[in-house]
Ligand binder design. Structure first.
Ligand SMILES: [Zn+2]
Length: 247
């Protein structure tokens, strides 16, 4: 089958547009924004879990201290009662009771002090918790907006891609099947661009110099099988000369 060079040039141009479209979409601002926001949110959620864990621990410690204090207070009432009732008959016994009362009072003071510390920490952490929750809610709002922007861009991208594909696919379908197989493989290796235009004596794909001999081979290949088309020695792309366009 003779090679229609104009069709190849048109195919190359449409594939170039498709590749450009995909690259632009890859850099899509809302999409990158979503990725950044997701990282921020992950960090905030992690911090919030840490704060909530610490609050839970403080709460548990406070409850334990309260029940310990209750036991001590009960014991203290008992001891005070027995002391005033003069149950401790011997001097030794009274001394032991007084000593025990002192120990309990010291421990109760410690507990009270720790409970105050816990209350302060609790307040501070509760503030942090509130702050983090608010930040997460803000990030969620921003994410929602970025996602809806991204959706709009995605629909636009898909419409444009379909429009280009509708022009491109019929061109590819008239080319020899074995050429199209090779071409599509090359296209996927070369991120969408299997062709390269020779531009001022250089390969447009990799900027390596194309010799005059190669350029004359490109000219000779017009009208022969597409398989005969010269490829760049450096990047393997199919070399095209836009100046060979017939009209
Ligand atoms: Zn090249």
């Amino acid at each position: 089958m003779p090679l229609d060079y104009d069709q190849l040039l048109e195919l190359a141009q449409l594939d170039d547009e498709l590749a450009h479209l995909a690259e632009t979409f890859e850099r899509n601002v809302p999409r990158r924004h979503i990725q950044e926001l997701e990282v921020v949110k992950k960090d905030l959620v992690f911090q919030l879990a840490r704060v909530q864990g610490a609050l839970g621990e403080l709460d548990e410690e406070s409850t334990e201290l309260s029940s310990e204090a209750k036991l001590h207070e009960g014991k203290l009432r008992e001891l005070n009662a027995s002391e005033s009732a003069g149950k401790g008959v011997s001097y030794r016994n009274v001394e032991a009771v007084v000593h025990e009362i002192d120990l309990i009072k010291t421990r109760l003071d410690e507990i009270e002090f720790r409970q105050l510390e816990i209350m302060e920490n609790f307040e501070e952490l509760s503030g942090e918790q509130e702050d983090l929750s608010k930040q997460i809610a803000d990030v969620d709002d921003a994410l929602k907006l970025a996602r809806s922007n991204f959706e709009v861009d995605q629909i636009r991208f898909e419409e444009e891609r379909k429009r280009l594909a509708a022009q491109r696919d019929p061109l590819a379908s008239v080319l020899p099947a074995d050429f199209v197989d090779m071409y599509d493989r090359l296209r996927s290796f070369k991120v969408g661009r299997a062709f390269a235009y020779v531009d001022q004596g250089n390969c447009g794909g990799c900027r390596v110099k194309v010799s005059a001999l190669e350029i004359s081979r490109i000219k000779q290949a017009v009208g022969s099988s597409p398989r005969e088309l010269p490829r760049c020695e450096e990047c393997d792309r199919i070399l095209l000369l836009p100046s060979l366009k017939s009209h």
